[in-house]
Structure formats: C-alpha cells, structure tokens
Design a protein around this ligand. Structure first.
Ligand SMILES: *Cc1c(COP(=O)(O)O)cnc(C)c1O
Length: 358
C-alpha cells in the first residue's frame, strides 16, 4: 500500500491519469461490465447516471425510504421528485409490491412522469433485481442500482454492479471496498450512457478538452485513490469478501433466536457492509447499545430517520410516501461491528454481551 501511494507521488500524475484507467479496467473486469468510470464519490456516481438519462423536474423516481440520504438526494438535485417505497423487513431492501403500488398511484395522480427506479443493495445484500427489473420493463422505467454498499454481492453468478441499466458504487472508507478518502464509480454496458457520464464527470467535456458541450461536474477520481483501490481489490478478491462472510455466519450462529438476525435469501450473497440485527423496540435497543458501549463495543443505527421523515423532504406529500415497515425498522435496528479482520475473541465478547442483556 505504501509503495502504491509513493509511486503515484513520484509519477506526478495526481488526477485521473494512467492509474485511474488501470483501476477502471480492473473494476469493470471484476464486476463483469463493459464500462467503469471512476468519479469523486458514490453520490456523484448516482448523479451522473441521472444526468445521462436527463432526469429532471416533473419526473418521479422511486427510491426506498430505508437508505442513506444520498440515494434520494440526487433525485432532488436534478429537480425531480423522489417517491418513497417501503422495504421488506427480512432483507431491508425495496418491497416490490409497494414499488408497484407507488408507481400505479403516481400514474393515477397524473402529476409526475414515472422515469426511473433507484434500488439499493442495502448493507451489502443485492436488492431483488429479478422482480424489480421486470417491473422496470413493464412500466418503461430506467433502473439504477445503488451499489454503494453492495460491491462484491451477488445473485447467482452475477455480481452487484450489473443489475441496473447503470450501477453506482462508493469507495468511502466504510464501504466493502474503501479508499483513503472519497471516491466512487459508475458501471454500465451501454456505450452511449458511458460516453455521457464520461463527459459529465469532467465539466461536460467534448472531444476537444476546452470545448464543453454540456454542463457537468468536477467529479474526477484522484490517482492516489485509484492506486489504493487496486491494492484493496486484490485483498478483497483473495480473502476479504470470504472472511467477512465467515464473520457474518458466526454472528448468525451465535445470535439466532436471541435477536432477529439478517436474512440472505437463497441464491443471494452479501458483501456485509453492515451486520444489522433487529430487537423488540427502541427502549430495548438503547439499553443494549449502552451495555455494548460499556464494553467499548461500537454500534450504529442505520438508519434512525427514514427518507420520508427527513426535514429536507418535508415538502413532499406525506400521504403518498407512507412506509410503515421503514418506520418500524428505524426504531428497532442496530448494526454491530463487522469487517474481515474481526477476531473471534472480539466477536465472542460482543455476542456474550448481547446474550447477557436479552
Ligand atoms: C454511502 C452511500 C452513498 C453515497 O456514497 P458517498 O461516496 O458517501 O457519496 C449512496 N448510497 C448509499 C446506499 C450509501 O450507503
């Protein structure tokens, strides 16, 4: 890692450059898509996809309410309207029945034009793309996979990053493959959208670098991050993804029946960005979190405030954005420490502390 960083420093190519090209090729090959374009963050990656599809004011984009803010924020940045969809309490991912209900409702209301679905691979588990892509086809909607937490996940032999028309990922340090700062990437097999996103991510560049043909962003990936990502991808492929799955399996073995453990449906494989349990209610969760904290065990609540209850989205109609499962999850979820290097001793202490409280 140190050598990879020093090589970039010595090369004096700091932004884009050959390291970024090399990283894009390696990541496209790993995921199994034609195009990968590195960019400055996962948020920008989502935004680039919406720009390529010209998502704009008057468009409705269907987004789960149980997710990180950025999944919905990008819709509003484009001037379009997010419509919030509830999630499945077993997988935490988009509930396809509620998706259909919300699309039908939007069509009937006649105010907005349904344009795209953003399905999130929450906590590392791919969304139910077999059903979601059928729905996207049936209603003529673009499908964007928010794989910010999903990199490395699979359904059968297909990897996260291949399930949407375009997929976006994040290399924020806490994600399954993180760099040493902010970074992200888009993936697609579509040449036209790849060319558009390539342009949008560097100020809407044309074929001449100083002839800008559209309004874009400064969303370049730094060479140092690309070099770090190449080292990280190697470890991820060689052992990290397998190791983090072993940690998750061990949690489930030890905690099943004590708390509600996360479900991975048949044929699915998670990259475990988070290991998220559910308890009876908010009071039980606070007590448990306190007890873990007393043992120096960090936990986190992803996510305490659903998208349809965010202050920034208070302008939206609450009636059309109801998500009761998400409301319940916001009060009952707790994410435990997970990473490929978690020792069995530490994990045993975490599980013992949980057992002693429940
Ligand atoms: C982290 C995250 C993002 C945003 O990625 P950044 O790199 O932090 O901009 C988007 N969607 C989801 C689901 C995320 O977890």
């Amino acid at each position: 890692m140190d050598q990879a960083i020093l090589n970039v420093v010595a090369s004096s190519a700091y932004v884009l450059g050959p390291k970024v090209k090399e990283m894009e090729q390696a990541f496209a090959e790993y995921v199994g898509v034609k195009h990968c374009i590195g960019c400055a963050s996962g948020t920008d990656a989502l935004l680039l996809a919406l720009k390529a599809w010209d998502v704009k004011a008057g468009d409705a984009v269907f987004v789960p309410s149980f997710t990180f803010f950025a999944s919905a924020e990008v819709v509003a940045i484009q001037g379009a309207t997010p419509v919030f969809v509830d999630v499945d309490p077993e997988t935490f991912n988009m509930d396809v029945r509620d998706l259909i209900y919300k699309i039908e409702h939007t069509v009937k209301a006649g105010q907005l034009k349904p344009k795209a679905i953003i399905a999130v691979d929450l906590f590392g588990l791919p969304a139910d793309f077999k059903l979601i892509s059928e729905v996207a086809k049936r209603y003529g909607l673009y499908l964007l996979e928010d794989a910010a937490q999903g990199f490395g996940g699979r359904i059968g032999d297909r990897k996260a990053g291949t399930f949407g028309d375009i997929a976006a990922t994040s290399f924020f340090p806490a994600k399954p493959v993180g760099c040493y700062g902010d970074g992200g990437a888009v993936f697609t097999n579509n040449d036209e959208w790849a060319a558009l996103m390539d342009s949008y991510h560097v100020h809407g560049k044309g074929s001449d670098r100083y002839d800008n043909v559209r309004i874009g962003l400064n969303s370049r990936l730094d060479s140092i991050q690309a070099a770090i990502l190449l080292v990280k991808l190697k470890a991820f492929k060689e052992h990290e993804l397998v190791d983090v799955n072993k940690v998750a399996e061990r949690y489930t073995e030890k905690l099943k029946g004590v708390v509600k453990t996360p479900e991975v449906p048949q044929g699915f494989y998670s990259s475990w960005a988070q290991y998220t349990i559910q308890v009876a209610n908010k009071e039980v969760r606070s007590k448990l979190q306190e007890a873990l904290k007393a043992e120096d065990i960090p936990t986190a609540i992803y996510y305490p405030i659903p998208m349809h209850r965010q202050t920034a989205f208070s302008y939206l109609d609450p009636k059309t954005n109801q998500c009761p499962v998400t409301d319940r999850l916001a009060d009952t979820v707790l994410s435990l420490p997970i990473h490929p290097y978690l020792s069995e001793e530490d994990q045993d202490l975490i599980c013992r502390t949980i057992h002693s409280q429940l």
